[in-house]
Design a protein around this ligand. Structure first.
Ligand code: DOR
Ligand code: ZN
Length: 347
């Protein structure tokens, strides 16, 4: 096999993952464990994971569902609310199992009703996070109904992120699932400890895909897909020579098929099954497979102050068809690009 028919890299981590709970968790965990060694686990359960104690219990449920022998390690997060106390942050820091605190602006997305109504209410808590080196993981969208849904991320930078970083310049921040050229440019050029995750779907698609031949709910996620110029900026950020601040975060967010194909369909794309193969397509298309390992396996670990994994994984150039649907508890989940063909396969 020639070099470009096979690529071996340090085993990657997923720095943004929704595993859900109960039977749904049992259905999806094997997919992530087959691809990634570690994953940052999102806390937007119902009710949300707001305390270290709840994170510990959720971690145990995840570990009980991990396929035997996989070595998968969940890195837990807390869900920031208006009432999260500095004490809770100190507990989280001492726990050894909590790796970040997630900011959902109230109402921004799935299960965000308990999120933060005004960051000003959280300043003491955020100061404590800064002091203890606990990263803030941001869903970076304003929720102001006056702001167009396609502008909510760019407006968030001006209204929320810049003032926050001025007040707390040493707070570690991950700008999660960035979708705009404004976010990519800001993260690439900003001073201080900031990184960003980028999903495979935001690298592969622009907003047209949601409306091609009718409404395609399996391409609806939040932040919503944007214009082509934004997708191009994300690809440049991920695959460019200077990509150290950018890393994988699949934001794989499974919902039952009938809740997606619904008069009021849920936001979220399911990519845990084939995330690496989707990302590999992007890097291959842009002749950047030599920079795939940094984005997939090195940059995120470095940002979080962790060592890269010691094992390797190999992807081979092999055509395969993405299943139309997969089991999801009693229901089914439709993976992104269901029925489509991918050129890379996790060997
Ligand atoms: O599309 C999304 N789905 N965006 C989010 O921020 C949350 C996620 C989910 O939990 O379903
Ligand atoms: Zn998410």
């Amino acid at each position: 096999m020639s070099q470009t028919d096979q690529i071996t890299i340090t085993r990657p981590d997923d720095w943004h993952l929704h595993l859900r709970d109960g039977e749904a968790l049992k259905s999806v965990i094997g997919h992530s464990a087959a691809q990634f060694r570690r994953a940052i686990i999102m806390p937007n359960l119902r009710p949300p994971v707001t305390t270290t104690e709840q994170a510990r219990e959720y971690r145990q449920r995840i570990m009980a569902a991990v396929p035997a022998g996989s070595g998968f390690e969940p890195l837990m997060t807390l869900y920031l609310t208006d009432n999260t106390t500095p004490d809770e942050i100190i507990k989280a820091g001492e726990s050894g199992i909590v790796y970040g605190v997630k900011l959902y602006p109230a109402g921004a997305t799935t299960n965000s009703d308990a999120g933060v109504t005004d960051l000003a209410k959280c300043m003491k808590t955020l100061e404590t996070m800064q002091a203890h080196g606990i990263p803030l993981l941001m869903h970076g969208e304003v929720t102001d109904p006056e702001v167009d849904i396609f502008d909510r991320e760019a407006v968030f930078i001006d209204r929320v992120l810049l003032p926050l970083r001025k007040s707390l310049p040493e707070l570690k921040i991950v700008f999660e699932h960035i979708t705009t050229k404004e976010a990519a440019q800001y993260v690439a050029q900003a001073e201080g400890p900031i990184g960003a995750t980028i999903t495979a779907h935001h690298l592969l698609f622009n907003r047209n895909v949601i409306f091609t031949g009718g409404i395609c709910p399996h391409y609806y996620c939040l932040p919503v897909l944007k214009r082509e110029e934004n997708r191009k900026a994300l690809v440049q950020a991920a695959t460019g020579h200077n990509n150290e601040r950018f890393f994988i975060g699949t934001d794989s967010a499974p919902h039952a098929k009938d809740l997606k194909e619904n008069a009021c369909g849920c936001a979220g794309c399911y990519t845990a099954l084939h995330a690496l193969e989707l990302y590999a397509r992007v890097f291959d298309d842009h002749h950047a497979l030599d920079r795939f390992e940094a984005f997939a396996s090195l940059n995120g670990a470095k940002f979080y102050g962790l060592s890269p994994n010691s094992e390797k994984i190999t992807l081979v150039r092999q055509r395969w068809q993405i299943p139309e649907q997969l089991p999801f508890g009693e229901e089914t989940v439709v993976p992104l690009m269901a029925g489509g063909i991918l050129e890379w396969k996790n060997a």
